[in-house]
Design a protein around this ligand. Sequence first.
Ligand code: F6P
Length: 327
Amino acid sequence: MENQIHRIGVLTSGGDAPGMNAAVRAVVRTAQDCGIECVGIRRGWNGLITSDFVQLGATSVSHIIDKGGTILYTARSEEFKTPAGQERAVATCKMLGLDALIGIGGDGTFQGLLRLAERGLSVVGIPGTIDNDIACSSYTIGYDTACNTALESIDKLRDTMQSHERCSVVEVMGHRAGHLALNVGVACGATAVIVPEHPVDIENDLLEPIRRARLGGRTHFMVIVAEGVDGGAYSVGKVIEDATALDTRVTVLGHIQRGGSPSSRDRITATYMGFEAVRLLAEGKTCRVVALQGENYVDYDITEALQMSKSLDQHTYEVMRALTGVQ
Ligand code: F6P
């Protein structure tokens, strides 16, 4: 790798995701391998504004590959959205002598990187969010672990729902997108899955699958609802109870889905993405987002990446529709 870059910063921003630590570790160790110093910026963009940093060497990222959360802490910063906040961030970069910055997070993180790129800093983004809602990448760090965490809870819920012959309505995170809910629904063998990308047809998408399951002999039901659906799981639960008189319980899984030791998929993806991010900077590239497309790690211009849109995987949706209601 060529090396015009001498010192880089790395930060995590927005909602944390399992595997962010593995990405930080890969950035630091790859940088060291290229003779680049690494500075961790703590508490996301707020840390860049307030000069909250920690020097990172190869050993300071030992034994974090298996840890959930982010050792760098994270935050959602309102101040960084203002030009004054961005100027203060640039001043910190200058003071620390940073030639470049790697940001791990979602679209908000990439927007922030773009603002700094406009002010002359070299930047690269790494997609890290349990929502898998980054348009340019087929996969985002944390998604697999979050699916597995949700599944573990749902399997436990199923035991009690089965004993009481109840209907369970489970709300899964995902922000405005239904990727997490759809995949969790397929993987747990849900009775029905409701996602924001498809307008809900109460009869066909919810009540009829429950009826079919009942006719097939089921006495308990598992309905998965994405948090982005209007009214969320509580409104879906009420519709079910009113229409079927089934004893219904609503569970909002919430932030538990963001925790836990990252799965092998998240550790490996994070490691490759961290490596690629440093490689791009070392090759003199800037304003890029590392992404996964199929089996390949690729990169996009941040502006282009932010303009892309991602739809729900239609094939997975069709598979879900074919299989639900006949559990
Ligand atoms: O983007 C990750 C995510 O967990 C979303 O699924 C969710 O809508 C949001 O963050 C919750 O954010 P916060 O932790 O700020 O409540």
